[in-house]
Design a protein around this ligand. Structure first.
Ligand code: WQD
Length: 347
């Protein structure tokens, strides 16, 4: 069996990727100390996969504990590294927390990939490494401007560390730059469980619709876009998950061809940008739920517009983002309505 070590396996993108990997015949183990996730989601995933997912609840900054997990799973052939803190506002308030957690954990992972000669590594990166861009859509060759937050900087540093590591070692790596992952697995068994007061648009929309929030503030409508609100490339989390499995298959193909490849970057977006107001209308259209929103001030750190050129991922990973904005909205709404049933979530 082709075993994959997944860090952050109980997280939003981690659990969806585990579901896809298992459906494609891979075996997985998770390393997740549930500091910002719920271990119970791994059991919920069993309803979809029929598999019990083994999780090691250790801190990835604990070098000895990480080495012990790798020792126990020395038959693993790949690592997908999701685990990281990702709250932009928190990273601005506590930059050292982000540099320590996000970088130390990556260094421990790479040290063990080297020690146990694991041939394939996939790194979870973000479109936030681009910062403010002047030309759209962004390709993987678009120059990176100043990161808008310490979080974004940890992602950019993580890419550079991974690149240098892959040059110096036989490990082949892929860097995946997610645009805005949203939605949930169509079954309703898994989805995003915000650990903080989430400020992400899709979560704010569904929480407003279900009554957890009284209204939505649209952060500015004076941007130079079609309706004055910011443009983003929202992509269904299952399309993101499938791209990870495709990336693993890509790396295995590379190994066979013995090509020089050591570290390739791919944009994971739909290639279509939509505005905040278009997103609100899409939710209302699909769910017949009227949203209470008003226009407010711009949010510090927001970039006016970003969306992906995803040609390289479609061409080289043989990947196509399939799900529409309507499916993103419906699955997000179905999941929000499911959350109250989970007694193990701190509501
Ligand atoms: C989207 C748009 C807001 C809430 C974040 C992270 C980024 C990446 C993707 C991990 C913006 C507007 C939002 C609200 C609003 N995550 N908005 N009212 O900021 O594009 O990116 O997710 O890699 O690192 O920063 O996503 O969902 O917060 O905002 O008007 O109450 O919705 O201004 O234009 P963002 P978001």
């Amino acid at each position: 069996m082709f075993k994959v070590i997944i860090t952050g396996g109980a997280g939003y993108i981690g659990i969806h990727t585990i579901v896809d990997l298992l459906s494609k015949g891979f075996s997985v183990i998770s390393i997740d100390n549930n500091c910002r996730s719920y271990k119970e989601i791994l059991q919920e995933a069993r309803h979809i996969t029929g598999h019990t997912i083994k999780n090691y609840p250790i801190n990835l900054c604990d070098a000895k504990a990480v080495e012990q997990v790798f020792q126990e799973n020395a038959d693993a052939k790949a690592v997908i590294h999701f685990a990281a803190y990702k709250n932009v506002d928190e990273s601005v308030d506590q930059p050292l927390l982000y540099y320590k957690n996000n970088i130390f954990s990556l260094l421990n992972i790479l040290k063990n990939i080297q020690k146990f000669q694991i041939p394939y590594f996939i790194y979870s990166s973000s479109c936030s490494v681009y910062g403010i861009v002047n030309r759209l859509p962004v390709t993987e060759d678009t120059p990176l401007s100043n990161p808008e937050s310490p979080y974004a900087n940890t992602k950019r540093m993580g890419e550079e560390i991974t690149y240098d590591f892959s040059i110096a070692n036989p490990c082949k790596a892929v860097l995946l730059r997610y645009f805005n992952p949203v939605g949930a697995h169509e079954s309703g068994f898994i989805g995003e469980i915000p650990f903080y007061k989430s400020t992400n648009l899709f979560t704010v929309i569904t929480q407003c619709a279900i009554g957890k929030k009284s209204k939505i503030i649209v952060f500015g409508n004076d941007y130079e876009t079609s309706d004055g609100t910011c443009i983003r490339d929202y992509i269904h989390v299952m399309d993101i998950a499938e791209a990870h499995t495709k990336s693993l298959e890509y790396l295995i193909r590379q190994k066979k061809s013995e090509q020089k490849l050591c570290c390739e970057t791919f944009n994971l977006g739909t290639g279509t940008g939509i505005t905040v107001l278009e997103a609100l209308k899409a939710f209302e259209r699909n769910t017949n739920q009227k949203l209470n929103y008003e226009i407010g001030q711009r949010r510090a750190g927001d970039i006016p517009a970003i969306y992906a050129n995803n040609d390289k991922a479609m061409r080289e990973l043989n990947w196509i983002p399939k799900r529409t904005i309507d499916e993103m909205m419906l699955s997000a709404w179905k999941w929000e309505q499911k959350i109250p049933q989970f007694s193990w979530i701190n509501h």
